[in-house]
Design a protein around this ligand. Structure first.
Ligand SMILES: [Mg+2]
Length: 182
C-alpha cells in the first residue's frame, strides 16, 4: 500500500509512510532501484527479528542476502539497549550498525547515512513503528517503509502505541495511492 505523502493534513503527515508492506519480502531491489534508492536503514526488533530475539527467520535472512547481492547497502538503526545482541546479529548478517540517540531523533539515522556514504534522497528506512522508524525517517526526508510487526510479542510501551498506530492507519488509509489508476 502506497500513500500520497503530501496529501494528509500537516499534523498527520509526519507519521505518514511512503509505503506500508506486510513483510520485508515485498521490498525488492528492482523496486528500490527504480526509485533511485541504493541504501536501506533497517530497524531490528519486529522488523528483522522478533523482539529481543537473535533468531532471524530464514526468509528474512534470504531477503538480506538478496539485497546485499543486488548492491543495496544496509545498516541497522535500532533503539535496542542490548548492544551485544546487535553486534552479534550485525556479524551474522554482515550488516553494520549505527549508534546514537533513539529514533525518532535523527542523529543515529544521519550517522548511518554518513557511514554508507549515501545522501538522504537515495536512502529508505524500513521499520515496524510509526512513532520511531517512520517519524524519524520523515524528519530526515528519507523514503519510509512501514512493515507489519513480525510478531505480537513486544515491549509493553509499544503495545500502547500500537493502539494509536491503528487509529492513525485508519486516518491514513484515505490517502492511499490507487495502484490501478496509474
Ligand atoms: Mg521495531
Amino acid at each position: 500500500m502506497r500513500f500520497r505523502k503530501d496529501a494528509p493534513p500537516r499534523w498527520l503527515r509526519r507519521w505518514c509512510p511512503d509505503e506500508h508492506v506486510q513483510s520485508v519480502a515485498e521490498i525488492t531491489p528492482e523496486r528500490l532501484q527504480a526509485r533511485g534508492i541504493s541504501a536501506l536503514l533497517l530497524d531490528l526488533d519486529n522488523t528483522i527479528t522478533p523482539w529481543r530475539s537473535r533468531q532471524v527467520p530464514p526468509e528474512v535472512a534470504a531477503w538480506v542476502r538478496r539485497m546485499q547481492e543486488a548492491g543495496i547497502q544496509l545498516c541497522f538503526v535500532s533503539n535496542t539497549r542490548n548492544i551485544g545482541r546487535l553486534q552479534w546479529l550485525s556479524e551474522q548478517l554482515g550488516v553494520p550498525y549505527a549508534r546514537g540517540p533513539m529514533k525518532p531523533r535523527r542523529a543515529m539515522l544521519r550517522r548511518a547515512l554518513k557511514m554508507l556514504g549515501v545522501e538522504a534522497q537515495h536512502a529508505a528506512i524500513v521499520g515496524d513503528q510509526l512513532f520511531t522508524d517512520v517519524w524519524g525517517g520523515n524528519r530526515l526526508g528519507i523514503y519510509t517503509i512501514w512493515v507489519r510487526p513480525m510478531h505480537p510479542r513486544e515491549f509493553i510501551g509499544t503495545k500502547v502505541s500500537r493502539q494509536v498506530e491503528k487509529w492513525l492507519l485508519r486516518r491514513l488509509e484515505r490517502y492511499q495511492v490507487d495502484e490501478n489508476a496509474s
